[in-house]
Design a protein around this ligand. Structure first.
Ligand SMILES: CC(C)(COP(=O)(O)OP(=O)(O)OC[C@H]1O[C@@H](n2cnc3c(N)ncnc32)[C@H](O)[C@@H]1OP(=O)(O)O)[C@@H](O)C(=O)NCCC(=O)NCCS
Length: 172
């Protein structure tokens, strides 16, 4: 926090940071997970992803407090988002978008050009966020979520076209 002595106004300065997830973070993450999903991942599921070489697991912090996370696995030029949440009291502040933008840029550097995920049909917040990044609904998995029998939309973002277009432009 900084204090403007002239106007005597306290100005909140929120410092945010994105870093790799570790097993030390799991208590905070599981607390967010439980508030975010009807069937939360167990600690074992988080540990499996953390120990996998094909996973990228990130947390976002505000003023050193963990306020969200995203987890993806990748094979060749494809990445799949498997888990993603922001702590309820920090939602609608742009942190989900920051995390998604960071991870897409990270994978773009590695040559990953296809992104996939499943999302509950009723999850308008997440669907809107993914659409903002260019994801499109490409299919549906019937009764994918056994807790509510809800269908899942399969969403897909391809950077391939953009990448090829850039190549053509460079060649021309
Ligand atoms: C989905 C989620 C990660 C979004 O995180 P967030 O930090 O609140 O998102 P942002 O503030 O970055 O919002 C970015 C955009 O997403 C969309 N969005 C986010 N929350 C929304 C809501 N409640 N209603 C409608 N659109 C919403 C908007 O387009 C928003 O842009 P805008 O604020 O300019 O309108 C968060 O709501 C969450 O953790 N939900 C529970 C877990 C979950 O559903 N995860 C996704 C599983 S697939």
């Amino acid at each position: 926090m900084t204090v403007n002595s002239h106007l005597n106004i306290k100005v909140e300065k929120n410092i945010w940071n994105i870093r790799d997830m570790t097993s030390m973070d799991l208590d905070d993450i599981i607390a967010i997970e439980k508030k975010s999903f009807p069937t939360p991942w167990t600690k074992t599921m988080f540990l499996e992803s953390l120990s996998s070489e094909i996973y990228k697991n990130l947390v976002i912090e505000e003023n050193a407090e963990i306020i969200g996370y995203i987890m993806l696995y990748y094979v060749m030029d494809e990445a799949h988002i498997t888990n993603f949440a922001i702590k309820p009291s920090f939602r609608r502040k742009g942190y989900g978008a920051k995390l998604l933008s960071y991870v897409i840029d990270y994978f773009k550097e590695k040559g990953v050009v296809e992104f996939f995920l499943e999302v509950r049909e009723s999850n308008k917040a997440a669907i809107n966020l993914y659409r903002k990044f260019g994801f499109e609904i490409v299919g549906k998995r019937r009764r994918y979520y056994s807790d509510t029998n809800e269908d899942a939309f399969i969403m897909h973002l391809s950077l391939r076209w953009k990448k090829d277009k850039q190549k053509v432009r460079l060649a021309g």
